[in-house]
Design a protein around this ligand. Structure first.
Ligand SMILES: [Ca+2]
Ligand SMILES: [Ca+2]
Ligand SMILES: [Ca+2]
Ligand SMILES: [Ca+2]
Length: 392
């Protein structure tokens, strides 16, 4: 006696909305020997109890910290910059308090981090675009990966007061303004390295950072835009769209045997990743083709099965799923206006044991609606997969 189960096909009206494609964040990377960073886009700030880098733009509300100059966002790259406040020593008449408004110990106060992916290791000359209005707001330390190499300390800005100005000069005892193009970091190997900034003098205003392998490069104006990655959307699946939870997919083409298995043969419709019946041959119409799969020992268990068929506009094919010739599911495709739309037919709590033969059969039929060669076209009984989901 054949057990007949009837199920409503699961019709998914629309799969157009792609809520599942999650875009990666843009991150800093090296681009052809350059790294360009907007200073205000730091990832983290540490050791900022006494002095802190604050972000300024035209929308920043007024503040009450000690500060000797106005905001300078008007000509800042990206309309925004950072300043380290309070500034309690804006000129040499105000007291120098070590580890408060000044520190020569790089990496000890207001430490910013900017992770960057470098493809090309080697030496990078570092430039900052800064705005200085006094004599005690124009020095900063650079670092890398928590290290503060001598070559990146004491970046000094002497020229270009009262304007955004690029500098790559290191302050030295014999020349407080430093020599141009002397600040650099060495990138030891390909990979992510963290470019770091820390306080030397409070009141320092920083708009942008530029690292270049070109020793002779001199940035101008706002110079290049940020070197950010542009992550592409991940590939989305185009088949078995409603299958969200499975143990094993048995693909009609790849996993089922079709030689000498039915009254009439299947062929492989590779473009649709489906088995199908060549209904051009009248002898193949209205008869079952059949494909088989033999259950392996390790696959024994209790499952929900989902037969994934393709609806067709010219007919509503019938499908049978059997285990050892006992029918466990009989289904008919719904009418559709969307050729090859996936339809899912579910069979609950199916016990599979080693050596069981699972078979899927289907028929090519016509619904008389699509004229073709003086008659009407036939659906080809297409199906794509039988999906196994363990129930325990
Ligand atoms: Ca200020
Ligand atoms: Ca200062
Ligand atoms: Ca300032
Ligand atoms: Ca900026």
């Amino acid at each position: 006696m054949k057990l007949k189960l009837f199920h409503l096909p699961l019709m998914i009206a629309s799969i157009a909305a792609t809520t599942t494609n999650i875009y990666a964040e843009q991150v800093y990377h090296e681009d052809a020997g350059f790294v360009v960073i907007e200073a205000e886009n730091f990832s983290t700030q540490h050791l900022d109890d006494k002095r802190r880098w604050l972000v300024f733009s035209k929308n920043t509300p007024a503040h009450n910290f000690a500060d000797a100059d106005q905001a300078h966002y008007h000509d800042a790259s990206n309309g925004s910059y950072i300043e380290i406040l309070p500034d309690t020593r804006s000129n040499h008449h105000e007291a120098l308090v070590r580890n408060e408004n000044f520190t020569n110990d790089a990496g000890t106060m207001a430490v910013l981090s900017y992770p960057v992916y470098f493809e090309t290791p080697g030496r990078y000359y570092a430039w900052t675009r800064a705005y200085s209005t006094g004599s005690e707001d124009n020095g900063v330390h650079l670092g890398i990966n928590g290290q503060w190499p001598e070559s990146a300390k004491r970046l000094q800005l002497c020229e270009g007061k009262h304007a955004w100005t690029w500098s790559s000069a290191q302050r030295i005892e014999t020349n407080h303004c430093g020599t141009p193009n002397t600040i650099y970091v060495d990138i030891p190997h390909k990979g992510v390295h963290t470019i770091m900034i820390s306080m030397r003098e409070d009141g320092f205003e920083l708009d942008k950072l530029l690292l270049t392998k070109d020793k002779d490069y001199i940035p101008v104006g706002k110079d290049k835009s940020e070197t950010l990655s542009s992550p592409k959307p991940l590939q989305e699946k185009t088949q078995l769209l409603e299958i969200t939870d499975y143990t094993r997919v048995l693909y009609a083409i790849d996993d089922f045997k079709i030689e000498n298995t039915g009254e009439i043969p299947y062929y492989q419709h590779k473009a649709e990743n489906a088995l199908a019946i060549n209904a051009v041959k009248t002898a193949y119409r209205n008869k079952f083709a059949r494909a088989e799969y033999i259950v392996q020992a390790k696959e024994a268990g209790s499952y929900i099965l989902n037969l994934v068929t393709l609806a067709e506009i010219d007919g509503e094919s019938t499908y049978l799923v059997s285990i050892n010739d006992k029918v466990i599911g009989e289904f008919t495709n719904p009418e559709t206006s969307n050729d090859y739309q996936e339809i899912y037919f579910s069979m609950q709590r199916v016990e599979l044991t080693s050596g069981d033969i699972i078979s899927v059969s289907s028929k090519a039929v016509t619904n008389g609606k699509v004229p073709e060669n003086g008659g009407t076209a036939y659906a080809r009984g297409r199906w794509r997969a039988l999906v196994l989901s363990r129930t325990n």
